[in-house]
Design a protein around this ligand. Structure first.
Ligand code: SAM
Length: 304
């Protein structure tokens, strides 16, 4: 990070290691507005700069995790930066959507709300305990036309190749954005882990690409800063799979969101347009840290 960020590195480390984690409430658009939530809870909940449907929780606000409104699915509590991937994915009613690593449901609950009960959401994860939480959260959010699967992504890709209009891969990663809230994330980090996770991410991205219908969108996200797990993984997938192309995300850019840094990765990554990626940096805005990129499977050429 020092080599990449220069003078900014100290600010990143101070924010990513020492500042208390940020927490937000993201409202269920069919069940509440942020204004109603402010009235109901008495908390000021200033809007997250890059996500108008989410408000920031302050240290003195009531803990909203045990509130009846939470049980009623009026909102989801999450790191504000974690709202970005599902916003960028912008699921549309009627689409077939797959969240490949979905538990406990921070993105899937938003995808389901955007589908509005039309289309289908498959929310998958490999971890049994986390999958149970995913079911609870989707039920709490009143997700309709959603099903939860617990399958290896490669197995799903064999069963449902080419079926989805939108695939979201919120990949397991080295979790550098989690350092300030998880001692475990700090303890288990190593350079070898970054390399191992990048290899897993490449495999998962291949499965995600197999699952896309022609013209389908693929949103890739991590909560880590390392370019090896972000721009480099995406650029390598583009180089391996000529049916994929980057999508422009400048429409989704907003206050506090930064473009990707393909210039930090080596080789072919430099060809990835910076505008196909977004980053949330904890020293520049609210949120623990996030990387998002969007790709598309080229539509099939029309015959005749
Ligand atoms: N999308 C979730 C959300 O918004 O609440 C968070 C997902 S978390 C970043 C990554 C997930 O990947 C974990 O739930 C983990 O169980 C799952 N995972 C880990 N290894 C995996 C693998 N090899 N294949 C598929 N999923 C995996």
């Amino acid at each position: 990070m020092r080599a990449l960020l220069g003078a900014e590195e100290e600010r990143l480390l101070a924010a990513a290691l020492d500042r208390p984690p940020d927490r937000a409430v993201r409202v269920h658009p069919e069940r509440a507005t942020l204004d109603e939530l402010r009235r109901w809870t008495g908390a000021p909940l200033p809007a997250v700069p890059y996500e108008p449907g989410a408000g920031l929780l302050g240290p003195d606000d009531p803990p909203l995790g045990r509130d009846p409104l939470h049980e009623a699915g009026a909102y989801y509590l999450q790191d504000p930066a974690a709202t970005v991937p599902a916003r960028v994915a912008a699921a549309r009613p009627g689409e077939r959507v797959l969240d490949l690593a979905a538990a406990p449901g921070g993105k899937a609950t938003r995808l389901a709300a955007d589908l509005g009960g039309r289309g289908v959401l498959v929310a998958n994860d490999v971890d049994p305990r986390r999958t149970a939480a995913l079911v609870r959260n989707l039920e709490r959010f009143g997700a309709r036309d959603a099903l939860v699967t617990r399958a290896a992504p490669a197995a799903l890709a064999r069963a449902w190749a080419g079926r989805f209009d939108l695939v979201v891969l919120d990949a397991p990663c080295s979790g550098e954005g989690m350092f300030r809230k998880s001692a475990e994330a700090r303890r288990t980090w190593s350079e070898a882990r970054v390399r191992r996770d990048a290899a897993v991410q490449a495999r998962l991205l291949d499965a995600a690409a197999d699952l896309l219908a022609p013209g389908g969108r693929l949103v890739y996200a991590t909560c880590t800063f390392a370019p090896e797990e972000n721009e480099a993984v995406v650029a390598a997938a583009l180089a391996r799979r000529t049916e994929l192309e980057p999508l422009d995300l400048t429409w989704a850019a907003g206050p506090g969101l930064a473009p990707g840094r393909p210039d930090w990765a080596s080789g072919s990554a430099r060809d990835l347009p910076a505008g196909a990626c977004l980053r949330v940096w904890p020293h520049r805005t609210v949120g623990d840290g996030q990387f998002v990129a969007a790709l598309r499977r080229r539509p099939e050429p029309r015959s005749g």
